[in-house]
Design a protein. Structure first.
Length: 524
């Protein structure tokens, strides 16, 4: 899950090379048309934010309706995350090359068409394919949403416009799962298709406003798109995700060698990607930035934290809905504290980080998140099923921890590099957070499946982890429930440990100086 505060870094990446078109105010868009740019950007952002959070709640319904396995469920999430994380940097560069309005519209159109294909999917394979195309559209659309605001508004008005965008995005992120959960709980399992179909009217309005009410902008100086690098990293990430996901399959023991082979192949392809990037005139990733210790440390922190966050937010709804039998309307509330805390506290925490430096807030926030995940692992592992007395309070603590991290982490990234590298640094950090989510869903499925099978032992005729179950004998259902609890508890403990590592990395690599002082530090 990506917060509006974190997503705003995409604007830097996608609009850094924007040039004036000769308008008196230094923007391409006259004042009366700017509000249409803002509305379109908010609508497009809502597509991505709502899609990312509501699909997690809809997974049990999708599995029941389509007969999808745990591995299928992982790929329904990961097909989108794979293409988005691999192509988001190229998507930002495309906006510079071809014009932001044109590229932004193209991304929305592709996203909406893919959403309709998802809504009509007859089976898991076609839904996974639609999700992959959705990710390509999002890779073009996501960086364009804020970039076009930055290019349409003059500097003195830009902060207010971005603030409105962030507030609206936080609202949709918070309310999307709640409303989606209500819809899913009222109708039968097939209503999950509405989650994708709703993208048509939202996207249609955004496209109309952009084409009918917003003038075209002039492309920046053209750079060669690193399509080769994008293809290599997509294949590498795909091989890694496939190998890790195969470990959660029912025949994981017999396919272990194949899984390892795919993981090794993915790592080798990544090595080839680094070799490729070092020889490009306009690389997709500025590898030299990783020679800066604070920048590398901040990205390691990002990877650990967002790996942990994405894993819990994917597997927790599966446990609560399919395992405990809770309604989607109730489960939808688990996302509310996270979105609300980030929206309300990121500003004050950012100002605190400006005064004391980002190291302490990031390390403290990481530890708070670790305690929150341990607060999920302990009661669930003990078989305590109190949603409002155990799960929801832990999610409130998670929101507070992430609110301590989001703004200071952005500060640490931006102040670790020179001013002319902030766009590249922001883009890399955004891609790292998304890659972390992709690998978390793939890898933690194996953890859940292994622990689930270990608790089941020789018990037969039991649905897989996160698979809806009905009309089971009481004794078998009790074993299934205990196995489900143990599986998620194992996932939560792993993520808690990663957050502790995140705190250690933050404390040892990120400067405790204020941003101004940190800026003068020599890179290592």
């Amino acid at each position: 899950m990506q917060s509006p505060s974190e997503a705003s870094g995409d604007a830097v990446e996608a609009s850094g090379a924007a040039v004036s078109t000769g308008a008196a105010n230094g923007t391409f868009c006259p004042q009366p048309q700017r509000r249409f740019v803002l509305i379109a950007a908010i609508l497009a952002s809502a597509l991505g934010f709502i899609d990312g959070s509501v699909v997690s709640i809809a997974i049990p319904a999708i599995r029941a309706d389509l007969g999808a396995t745990l591995a299928d469920a992982q790929w329904i999430s990961n097909a989108y995350a794979l293409t988005l994380s691999a192509l988001i940097l190229a998507g930002g560069a495309a906006g510079d090359n071809f014009g932001l309005r044109r590229t932004f519209v193209a991304g929305i159109v592709l996203f909406v068409i893919a959403s309709l294909a998802c809504a009509a999917a007859p089976g898991p394979a076609s839904l996974i394919g639609g999700r992959a195309v959705q990710g390509i559209g999002a890779a073009i659309m996501v960086p364009g949403s804020l970039a076009i605001i930055a290019k349409a508004y003059p500097k003195k008005e830009r902060g207010r416009a971005i603030g409105i965008w962030a507030a609206a995005s936080a609202l949709t992120t918070a309310l999307g799962p709640v409303i989606g959960g209500l819809v899913l709980s009222v109708f039968d399992d097939s209503v999950w298709r509405v989650i994708f179909a709703i993208n048509l009217p939202l996207g249609g309005v955004a496209i109309y406003l952009l084409l009918a009410r917003v003038p075209a902008d002039r492309p920046a100086e053209r750079r060669r798109l690193d399509l080769g690098g994008a293809a290599i990293v997509t294949v590498g990430l795909g091989a890694l995700a496939y190998g890790l996901t195969a470990l959660s399959a029912e025949d994981a023991g017999s396919s272990a060698n194949r899984s390892i082979a795919y993981v090794v192949a993915g790592l080798v392809i990544f090595a080839g990607f680094i070799f490729w990037e070092r020889r490009q005139r306009d690389p997709m990733v500025t590898l030299s930035l990783f020679r800066i210790g604070a920048f590398t440390g901040a990205n390691v922190v990002t990877f650990f934290l967002y790996f942990a966050l994405s894993g819990v937010l994917f597997y927790l709804p599966m446990l609560l809905i399919a395992g405990w039998g809770l309604g989607e309307a109730e489960v939808g509330f688990i996302f509310l504290p996270l979105s609300a805390a980030i929206a309300l506290l990121s500003g004050p925490v950012g100002r605190l980080s400006d005064r004391i430096g980002p190291r302490l807030p990031i390390a403290a926030g990481s530890l708070v998140v670790a305690v929150a995940f341990a607060g999920l692992a302990v009661p669930v592992g003990a078989g305590y099923h109190g949603f409002w007395t155990a799960i929801f309070p832990a999610m409130v603590l998670l929101g507070l921890g992430m609110a301590l991290v989001v703004s200071p982490l952005s500060t640490a990234i931006m102040t670790a590099v020179e001013d002319n590298d902030t766009g590249a640094a922001s883009g890399i950090n955004n891609a790292v957070s998304r890659i972390a989510g992709l690998l978390a869903v793939a890898a933690l499925g194996g953890v859940a499946a292994f622990r689930y099978a270990a608790v089941l032992g020789s018990t037969a005729n039991v649905p897989g982890f996160g698979e809806p179950a009905a009309n089971l004998p009481a004794e078998i259902d009790a074993v299934r429930l205990a196995a489900s609890d143990a599986a998620f508890s194992a996932v939560a403990w792993v993520t808690a440990g990663l957050c502790v590592l995140s705190a250690v990395v933050a404390w040892t690599t990120i400067s405790g100086a204020t941003p101004k002082l940190q800026k003068d530090a020599s890179p290592i």
